[in-house]
Every structure is written in C-alpha cells, then in structure tokens.
Design a protein around this ligand. Structure first.
Ligand code: NAD
Ligand code: SF4
Length: 441
C-alpha cells in the first residue's frame, strides 16, 4: 500500500474546516516553518527532491532558488489551479476536500519566498471550489494564521482567489499571469521566466496546487524523509486522477514505486477493466503526453516492468515511452477507436489555441480536419503522411507548450497505431460502424 501524505485525512469528516484540520495536526508545519529561516525552508524543499506536479516535473527547490530578489520590489507566489488538462482532476479533489492543506502550503511557501500577497488562479468552472477556498481563507484569518502579523511573528500574508474564464491556455504560466493582470491570456515569450519577470513584472513563483500542498508534509517530516519515499528522482508521493475504461475511477495517491500494471489492475487503485475487456492503450499523464499501446505500457522495450514514475514512464523517449505529466491517467479498452480519440483531442487543442503562433493556429485545426476525414472513412494514405508532417512542423516551433501538446498525441497515435489509421482508409464502409480491434497489439 502506498504511503499517504496528502490524502491521509481526506475522508475525515469535516476536514474541510479549520477546526477539524487543526485537530489532525494542521498548521503545525506552518508553526514550525515560521521558526525557521527562509534559507532553511528552501534547503528542505531542495533536499526533498520535489518536482513540479503540474506536468513539467521541474525541481521545485531549484525554481524557488531562481527567484530574483531586487531591493524594494515585491515578490509573489501564484498557485496554478487552472486545472484544465483533459483527464486531470487531482487538484480539484485536493482543494475541494482539504483546502487548508493548500492554504498552509501557500503560507509556508510565501514566507520562504518573501511574498506578502499570494494568489490562487483557479479554473473558472470550479465555482463551488472557489467558495470552499474563500471560506477556508476566512477561517484561517479568524484564527490568526493569515493576514497581518501571522502568529505574532511579524509575517504578513494575504491570499486572493481569482477565477479564470474557461480558457485552457490560461493554465500556461505566463498566460495565467497576463490573465491575472486583467489582460487577454496570451502566453509570453520565455525567457524572461516568471522567477525574474512575472506578475506585474515582479519576481514570481508559479507552482501547481499539488506542489504547494506537498510543502506541508516536507516541513512536517523533513526533506530528507520525504526524499526516502519513492524512487530515484521521483521522490515523495504523487496524486493520480484515473479515468476511462476502469472499474474504479478516482483520485489516488501513489508513492511512485508501483508498476503501471498494478495501478490498472489492483483493487487498491483502478480495479481492472470493466466487462473483462482487454487493455488497448493508456495516456498516463493527461492529454498532452504521448499515448502508449498495452505492450509498451506494461513493459519497456527492455522487458522491464513500467513503473508509475517520471523516469520509467519516459524510458525510451518518445519512440517507446511517454511522460508522467499532470498524472491524468486515462485507460482505453479494446473497443476504443484511436483515430476517433486522437480526433477529439485535436479538436480540443484547435479550439484552445490562442492563435499567436502560425504553426499552432493553422496546424491544429488542419490536423483536426484531416483526422475527421480519416475517421469518417474519407481519408487517403497520403493524409496520414500529411498529418505526420504537420505535427512535426508544429513541435518546437511555437511560443508555448500548447503546440507540442497538440502535436505529441497525433505523433504517438500514428507511431503506435498506424495500422488502425490505414484500416480506416482502406475500409471506408466499415470505419463508421466497426472497431479495428486489437490485432497487432
Ligand atoms: P516548462 O518546462 O516550460 O517549465 C517548468 C517550470 O520551470 C516553469 O514554471 C518555468 O518558469 C520554470 N523554469 C524552467 N526553466 C527555468 C529557468 N531557467 N529559470 C527559471 N524558471 C525556469 O513547462 P510548463 O510550461 O510550466 O508546463 C508544461 C507542462 O504542463 C506540460 O508538460 C503538461 O504536462 C502540463 N500541463 C498541465 C495542465 C494541468 O491542467 N495540470 C494543463 C496543461 C499542461
Ligand atoms: Fe498560442 Fe498555440 Fe502559440 Fe501557445 S503555441 S502561444 S497556444 S498559438
């Protein structure tokens, strides 16, 4: 059984409220942190090996150490709660059930980073969670844990919750900052990174909800103990939102030492695939990461079991591996059509492109149109090659990662399931009514 650090009290009645959270040891990490120096807290986070839980996996301690500290210029912490990656709903769970964990993590992180005004930028559709967070903020304020002179230490910190307006692109950190400033959410060119020029051109750390919540157990148990959980550079625990063709969809906390097979089939997690169907493929890290067929999902090409961690999932690069991403784990059984699934994702990215870069603005709808044609049985073999060509011209040629995120699913689908694309082309009369099936996988 995986160790629980974040969700250990998720089922405790009333944990959403300050009183119960406090009785379960809540805010003890903040009390401990306020007796430490900012450098000591940073050191703990670095030692913990915590990697950004939003998707990129960038080392959190390193990001914090990049924060510029010009004299007299305010600094900010911004929590990215704009969770919009298809298949990803772990931050929603954390904020909905244990809002004080995020607030406590933010207060510790703000103290370490020197931010007296911190923000939660939350996905617009999470209206009820905005209310939950605002209530929790008020509870913490009443108890002297937030606002002016926190616990008599002289540290002031305000937290504001700002709702987005339904644009996926505002989850990209610089688009998020633009939106927070009241402008259209267009991504900025990087560098400069937000750590140097962020919100209102001030040094800003942007971190995912889960990353900031993880700071609480890191301070509680120490960075060294946190780093002992997991394996290699995949330290600590990771929240996974599991969905698709599984018996037990939901949010699970894993310690990154379990295999993909265990995660899909064990009763502790997904509980297997309904109706005895066979596993066809899986997208383990949210829609932006490459899809993998069953054979490469359960084992690497070296015959090693595939583990639920950053390194093992990426083993083989994009040729035979994928990414941990945001932990949005989607399972597809033998009945699912890869062409249709890829088309649905392509439609999503085409709709969400902000339109600043030509390869993304023009390429994403073009890919969608071709996929739609193939799916309807009206495509040609040349269309498959054209699709491959378009995704290659998008990847790496855009301002923000949305371009790559749109290209990778198409590339991986063609790479691993080309036979299925060809089947649609060669069997136009069947492609609307039948499934290609599991042949060849
Ligand atoms: P990134 O690799 O560009 O950056 C990672 C982080 O490190 C950023 O905060 C960046 O500012 C910082 N950073 C990197 N180099 C730095 C440097 N030299 N100095 C200072 N800071 C530096 O990736 P990203 O754009 O943050 O995230 C992309 C990922 O987001 C994708 O892989 C995808 O999985 C994920 N994603 C998640 C969701 C979701 O809902 N959770 C939605 C869309 C995408
Ligand atoms: Fe906008 Fe797409 Fe360019 Fe990102 S890659 S800045 S979403 S056009």
């Amino acid at each position: 059984m995986s160790k629980k650090l974040l969700l250990k009290d998720a089922n405790v009645e009333g944990i959403r409220h300050f009183e119960v959270y406090r009785k379960r040891g809540g805010y003890e990490a903040l009390e401990k942190a306020l007796k430490m120096t900012a450098e000591e807290i940073l050191e703990e986070v670095k030692i913990s090996g915590l990697r950004g839980r939003g998707g990129a996996g960038f080392p959190t301690g390193l990001k914090w150490s990049f924060l510029a500290k010009p004299e007299g210029v305010p600094r900010h912490l911004v929590v990215n709660a704009d969770e919009s990656e298809p298949g990803t709903f772990k931050d929603r769970y954390l904020m909905e059930f244990i809002p004080h964990l995020l607030i406590e993590g933010m207060l510790i992180s703000s103290f370490c980073l020197g931010s007296n005004t911190s923000y939660i930028y939350i996905r617009g559709e999470y209206t009820w969670i905005t209310d939950i967070l605002e209530e929790a903020i008020e509870e913490a304020r009443k108890e002297g844990f937030l606002g002016k002179n926190i616990l008599g230490t002289g540290f002031d910190c305000e937290i504001y919750v700002q709702r987005g307006a339904g644009a996926y692109i505002c989850g990209e950190e610089t688009a998020l900052l633009e939106s927070l400033e009241g402008k259209r959410g267009n991504p900025r060119l990087k560098p400069p990174f937000p750590a140097v020029k962020g919100l209102w051109e001030r040094p800003t750390v942007v971190n995912n909800v889960e990353s900031i919540a993880a700071v609480v157990p890191i301070i509680n148990i120490t960075g060294e103990e946190y780093a002992k959980i997991g394996v290699g550079k995949s330290t600590g625990t990771k929240l996974i939102s599991a969905c698709g063709n599984i018996n037990k969809p939901g949010v699970y906390e894993i310690d990154m030492t379990i295999t993909v097979e265990e995660f899909i089939y064990s009763d502790e997690y997904c509980g297997g695939i309904p109706n005895g169907k066979r596993l066809k493929a899986c997208i383990p890290g949210g829609s932006s990461v490459p899809i993998l067929p069953a054979n490469l999902l359960l084992k690497t090409i070296n015959g090693e079991p595939r583990y639920m961690n950053y390194e093992s999932l990426a083993d083989g690069g994009f040729a035979t591996g994928t990414m941990m991403g945001s932990g949005g784990f989607e399972v597809l059984d033998e009945d699912q059509c890869i062409v249709e699934h890829t088309m649905t994702l392509a439609r999503f990215y085409a709709h969400e492109s902000c339109g600043q870069c030509t390869p993304c603005r023009e390429g994403t709808p073009w890919m969608y149109r071709i996929l739609k044609k193939i799916e309807k049985g009206e495509g040609t073999l040349e269309d498959i090659d054209l699709l491959w060509d378009i995704q290659r011209k998008i990847e790496g040629n855009t301002i923000c990662p949305l371009g790559d995120a749109a290209a990778w699913p198409v590339a991986a689908a063609i790479r691993h399931f080309r036979d299925e694309f060809e089947w649609h082309v060669k069997n136009p009369e069947l492609s609307q009514t039948q499934n290609y099936g599991l042949a060849n996988y």
